[in-house]
Design a protein around this ligand. Sequence first.
Ligand code: GLU
Length: 282
Amino acid sequence: MKSRFQVVMKSILAASAFALVAGVSATNEIHADNVKNDTYKRIMKTDRMNWGVKGDTKLMGLMNIKTGKLEGFDVEMAKEITKRVNPDAKVVYTQITSGTRVPMLINGNIDAIIATMSVTPDRQKVVDFSQPYFNAGQSILVKKSSKYHNVKELNTPKARVLAVQGSTSIDEIKEFAPKAKVVGLQDYATALTALKAGQGDALTTDNGILYGMAAGSKSLEVRGGTFTKEPYGVAMQKQNPKLVKAVDKAIDDIKQDGTYEKMAKKWFGDVKGMDWKELAGE
Ligand code: GLU
């Protein structure tokens, strides 16, 4: 006869397997009732809001090694949103990458992600998003001496394209340049170093991120315009409708009271080639 333990284990494994096949996080499914609005309640009770932000993306989320502080548009948005969700709350930042952000949110290491993250139907199966707060689009960054001018020209087995794991960019480039050799790297700092070292012909991700990279280098430029739409949203664990509502309201307020325009001008106003009004949806 099977022990109770074996029977229980078998049904837990079956439930997890089902959840995985269905493309849903097992954690989310099983605890759906218990976690309702938990994140929101905790932010209000502990007066802390834990944000996952980028640390390697100039203009959006970058660790400034001189000050030891994270800075950028997303980082400031996190601060402004927190102020409006719970004015007493302390803002806590955790650095994430495109590949680690969703697992860290699902595991409860962070309360929300604000990190150049596009709202997509696939991601909406696993997390909830706020309203979009920024309109980016995918493009390419190359050396000024490069013979490649746009994504179409990269559609050859001769082209090596660098992208970051866990980003939409890596899937999109496989669609738009299916013949190219795509190399998936850990984060944008690594990808930029690889491009500069000549280990790839182009780096592909959102135009805003690429403009940040080009701004720091005389030999690189963004080319060919955008070929996708990447609306950025704040990602939160499912089953937290109160938090989503509070974040949406905060974004409305930030836009209406002039804070948004001030921040967009501060971070993007002087960036060569960047039309910040279009990106900000002004
Ligand atoms: N916006 C794209 C994404 O959400 C690319 C930028 C990133 O890697 O964060 O994946």
